[in-house]
Design a protein around this ligand. Structure first.
Ligand code: PMP
Length: 396
């Protein structure tokens, strides 16, 4: 093979250590809190099987055909209306469908980043975003978080220090990995700072509807005054991740350019899946379905936090999310959670989690880990946390 076979950008495209660790955690005997999957028992499989059968029988010719890159207008219209309910006013020209919000991360980076441009992220941040951005060779700057999300004074300092900042990337609601939600005051300040420093906000909001406690907050897009917020939404946590349906909302020119990239990447989303999602929304009450999801996750979160309280040493701290799929643990500073999992937690307790270091774009902190509470049964949550706690007694 030629020594210069791969493009420059491939230098930044590497397998992540977490994939290897999670492969070990995929053993069915392991109690894994590592994955980020929704609870598959909550997929509306009966309803979807009726919907797919109907679509194929009655609309098969259209549903198996190519369609426009923006995606099925009827489904987009429904999303426009849903977003209107939460204060985001947009037209069909501003909203189009994606293969999950993950595709939006890739396309926005492709549209905006030259090598060396700066992406500002929360610290820690969603690993899948870093993986998507890396191929476009940005530099990163990161902003610490507290229980109200990204710290805005620090963001301002970072903006001042980075004239090449192009994107502020945020998961403002039940963030992956920490479960933290950005307060309203900070959302407003974020928009003001983005206006002042002329940067784009990329709001990645797949968990917003999985709120099982507290009052909903306006999305950052609804506070946008200059058309500089690009909003990503997703059906993955409220319907099915396997249908690969997400959406982007952006100001007209940005949306048009993104759509050109979407066309180049994959032409369009699966027509069949878009027809099925559209009919699902017509026939069934998705809000009722979301309430069912919220009820299950509320209970599982509480079971996990009660188990933390019972079994973990008091030196371990954890977030108490009001929605989403994750809680974030902070162990004493000397404990390396990657080493701990490889050497003890996995082999001795048969338990897996995601070590926190992977979620840092720059300065990795070793003493955190992400726990998912949506996938395991209630019994396994208690059993797994008890076994994890037993191991921790020796290290914390
Ligand atoms: N953003 C965040 C913050 C996520 O946690 C995920 C999935 N876990 C995604 C984007 C991608 O989701 P999808 O492509 O399935 O919509």
């Amino acid at each position: 093979m030629k020594s210069d076979l791969y493009s420059e950008r491939m230098k930044e495209v590497r397998p992540s250590a977490i994939r290897e660790l999670l492969k070990l955690g995929a053993d069915p005997d392991v109690i894994s809190f590592g994955g980020g999957y929704p609870d598959p028992n909550l997929f509306p499989t009966d309803q979807l099987s009726r919907v797919y059968a109907h679509v194929l029988k009655e609309q098969g010719k259209q549903a198996l055909q190519y369609t426009i890159s923006e995606g099925l207008p009827a489904l987009r219209e429904k999303l426009v209306k849903r977003m209107e309910r939460v204060g985001v006013t947009c037209g069909l020209d501003n909203l189009f469908l994606l293969q999950g919000s993950q595709q939006g991360l890739d396309l926005v980076a492709k549209m905006l980043l030259n090598p060396g441009d700066v992406v500002i992220t929360e610290n820690p941040t969603f690993l899948g975003a870093l993986v998507a951005f890396n191929a476009y060779q940005p530099n990163y700057a990161s902003v610490s978080m507290d229980e109200d999300g990204m710290i805005m004074d620090e963001l301002e300092t970072v903006l001042k220090a980075n004239p090449r900042a192009k994107i502020i990337y945020t998961v403002p609601t039940f963030q992956n990995p920490t479960g933290v939600t950005m307060s309203l005051a900070r959302r407003k300040r974020l928009v003001a700072l983005a206006n002042q420093y002329d940067v784009i906000i990329l709001e990645d909001d797949p968990y917003r509807e999985i709120r099982y406690e507290g009052e909903p907050l306006p999305s950052i897009k609804s506070l946008d005054t200059e058309g500089r917020v690009i909003h990503l939404g997703s059906f993955s946590k409220i319907l099915s991740p396997g249908m690969r349906l997400g959406w982007v909302i952006a100001e007209h020119e940005l949306a048009e350019k993104l759509c050109l990239l979407k066309m180049a990447a994959d032409t369009q989303n699966s027509t069949l899946n878009m027809y099925a999602a559209n009919l699902f929304l017509e026939r069934y009450d998705i809000d009722e379905h979301i309430t069912r999801i919220q009820n299950v996750y509320r209970k599982k979160k509480q079971i996990m936090l009660d188990a933390f309280n019972t079994y973990l040493p008091k030196s371990v701290h954890y977030t108490n999310p009001q929605g989403g799929l994750f809680t974030w643990l902070t162990l004493p500073e000397t404990v390396d959670t990657t080493k701990l999992m490889k050497e003890h937690v996995l082999p001795e307790a048969n338990v897996a989690y995601v070590p926190g270091a992977t979620f840092y774009p720059l300065h990795q902190e070793i003493n955190h880990c992400r726990f998912n509470y949506s996938c395991m049964s209630e019994e396994k949550i208690v059993k797994g946390i008890a076994a994890f706690g037993q191991i921790l007694q020796n290290y914390c």
